[in-house]
Design a protein around this ligand. Sequence first.
Ligand SMILES: *Cc1c(COP(=O)(O)O)cnc(C)c1O
Length: 368
Amino acid sequence: MTTLDDLPIRDDLRGRTPYGAPQLDVPVRLNTNENSYPVPEPVVEAIGKALAAELRDLNRYPDRDAVALRADLAGYLGHGLTVDQVWAANGSNEVQQQLLQAFGGPGRSALGFVPAYSMHPLLALGTCTRWVPGRRGADFGLTAEEAVAQVREHRPDVVFLCSPNNPTGTALDPAVVTAVLDVAPGMVVVDEAYAEFARPGTVSALAVLPGHPRLVVTRTMSKAFGFAGGRLGYLAADPAVVQAVQLVRLPYHLSALTQAAARAALAHRDALLGTVAAIKEQRDRIVAELRARGLRAADSDANFVLFEVGGDQSAAWRTLLDAGVLVRDVGLPGWLRVTAGTPAETDAFLTAMDKLTGTQAPRSRGEQ
Ligand SMILES: *Cc1c(COP(=O)(O)O)cnc(C)c1O
C-alpha cells in the first residue's frame, strides 16, 4: 500500500498530521464551539427560497467579487464600513489563508501568541510562512508590553492577534492592538471569530481601522450566527488590503449557493443572533459552577470556557467522553475547553464533571 512517505510530498509537510478535531457521534458535542441551536424554521425557509432562485443559473459562474454579499456584511458590521473595505471567503480560515498568501509566504514569517487558534500555525505551514510561536503572560493574558517586545524581537511580516482568544476565551484590550500596530513592520490580523459573544464594554478592533491600513479584522458566521456549515468568513480592512487578497484568491471561490445562503442568513440576522444571549448565560453559568467546585476557569468573552482539570487532561477528556460529553483537549497540560450550548448541555457537562472530580454539585441552601 502506498503511504504518504512514498510520495514526493514537500519536505516541510512530511510527518505532519491534518487538522482534526474529533467529529464523534456522542450525545453532547461541545468541542468545536459550534452554535448548539439549529437554524430557526423561518430562516430555513428563507435560505431554501434563496437557494432555489439560484439553481437555474448554476450554468453560469457566480459573481467573482461577491459584491452584494460584501455590501450586506459591511452593513452588518457598521462602523461606517463600505463594500470596498470588506472581503468574504469560505470561512475566516480561507480569508486568513489568503492573507498569508498575499502578505506571508516563502522567506516571510508570522507571529502568534500561543496558546491561540490552532489553525494559525497550520495556515502558515500550508503557505510556507515561517511560524513564530510567541508567548503569553501569567493566566494566558497578553499585555501591550509583552506583545510589543516580541514583535520588536522577531519583526514578523504578519502578526496574529485573537480576540476573544481561542482557547482561553478572553478578549484583548484594543490598546494592545494599537501598540502592536505602532511597532509591527507588516500586517496585523485580529481574529474576532467570537466578537458577538464578548462581555459588555468590549471594544472591537473595527474601531481602530481608520488610519491603520495594515490592520485586518477577520470575522465569521460560523459561531454566533450558527452558520458553521454554510462556510462564510469575512474581513474588514483598508480597500488596498481587499485588492491584495484579490490577487491570490481562486476565481469564483464563493459559490452562488454560498453567497445566496449567506445573504438570506444575514437578512435574518436578528433571528440567528437571537441565541447569543442564551449562550452567554450558559457560558457565565459554566464559569461560575466550575469556580464553585474549586476549579480554575478563565474569564470568557466567547461561547466556550477554558477550565483546569489538573494533572493529565487527556485522561480527563476520556472520562468526560465516557460520560457522553465531548469537550476539547487543546494540548494545554492540565486544561480543557468546553463550548457553551443549551442549558441541557450545560447540565450534562456539569454532571460529567462531578463524575470526573468525584464530588457532588454544591447543594442549594434549601437542601442543606
Ligand atoms: C472557529 C474559529 C474560526 C472560524 O473559522 P471559519 O473558517 O470561519 O469557520 C476562526 N477563528 C477562530 C479563532 C476560531 O475559533
